[in-house]
Design a protein around this ligand. Structure first.
Ligand SMILES: NC(=O)c1ccc[n+]([C@@H]2O[C@H](COP(=O)([O-])OP(=O)(O)OC[C@H]3O[C@@H](n4cnc5c(N)ncnc54)[C@H](O)[C@@H]3O)[C@@H](O)[C@H]2O)c1
Length: 256
């Protein structure tokens, strides 16, 4: 596999790679020749993904990390450095939410938890790789955001702390792209449309999923692999001067 892919010779960290969109990104990167750190709070699922990558001929390093915690983030990056000597690509895929509720029912604890997993994780992981990338004058950071960070879903409920967290990540992406541009580092975001990952199957009811599917211009839901291909583009040489953008992968559900 190594030598021929779009990411051959690169090393990447993908957070939340144990399932869903992060898993698809990790596998797509491995298919394209990257050595991939499969980082997740759920070690069993990270091991499964790592084993599947290796079985397909790729190279994976499985890391258990809760990326809301600075120490675990630093340990994650150190493990990748120890294995490969550098980190070329970081994908911040950790995020999401687990219920819909109106502002009057959102506790301070819930707000902090959702903001932290979507926004603080992006800061901590980006900070941990920035020094390495700045010294090498090379690097790619790609943040997985959501249409909820751009505006309310036109066809289904949106969830306030999630949208606020993802809006924060979109702002973070633009500012960091400006700050790191001089070091040859690009920072971009990808906003998937509603994707039937294990978490979303639990959190969205069948009716709203059907509305999102049938009301968007292309009459479909996107798959994790659709997002993974967009992330691959932003990680590859083909996008070398694209920075600070948010790329929507949503079948037209939200056009801005
Ligand atoms: N699925 C969608 O419809 C959708 C749409 C837009 C954006 N997104 C974004 O895509 C990303 C992935 O979403 P998904 O639906 O694939 O999620 P998912 O819930 O299916 O998978 C998330 C993974 O993240 C891991 N994780 C959770 N907290 C973590 C932490 N603190 N540290 C490390 N790992 C942690 C979980 O163990 C799990 O393996 C999220 O940022 C989400 O906001 C998803």
């Amino acid at each position: 596999m190594a030598g021929t892919g779009k990411l051959s010779g690169s090393s990447a960290i993908v957070t939340a790679a144990g399932q869903g969109i992060g898993e698809a990104i990790a596998k797509t990167f491995a298919r394209e020749g990257a050595s991939v750190a499969v980082a997740d709070i759920n070690l069993a699922e990270a091991k499964r993904v790592g084993a599947e990558i290796e079985a397909a001929g790729g190279s994976a390093l499985v890391i258990k990390a809760d990326v809301t915690r600075a120490q675990e983030v630093d340990d994650m990056v150190k493990a990748a450095l120890d294995r490969w000597g550098t980190v070329d690509i970081l994908v911040n895929a950790a995020g999401g939410f687990h219920r819909f509720s109106p502002i009057t029912e959102i506790s301070e604890e819930e707000w902090d938890r959702v903001i932290n997993v979507n926004l603080k994780t992006t800061f901590l992981c980006s900070k941990a790789v920035a020094k390495i990338m700045m010294e090498r004058k090379k690097g790619r950071i790609i943040n997985i955001v959501s249409g909820a960070g751009i505006g309310p879903n036109p066809h289904a409920p949106s969830y306030l702390p999630y949208g606020a967290g993802k809006a924060g990540v979109i702002g973070f992406t633009k500012l960091l792209a400006r700050d790191l541009g001089a070091y040859g580092i690009t920072v971009n975001a990808v906003a998937p449309g509603t994707t039937l990952t294990p978490r979303v199957k639990k959190v969205r009811d069948a009716e709203s999923i059907e509305r999102i599917r049938s009301m968007n211009p292309m009459k479909c839901l996107v798959e994790p692999e659709d997002t993974a291909e967009a992330v691959l583009f932003l990680a590859s040489a083909a996008s070398r001067y694209i920075t600070g953008v948010t790329l929507n992968v949503n079948a037209g559900n939200l056009i801005v």
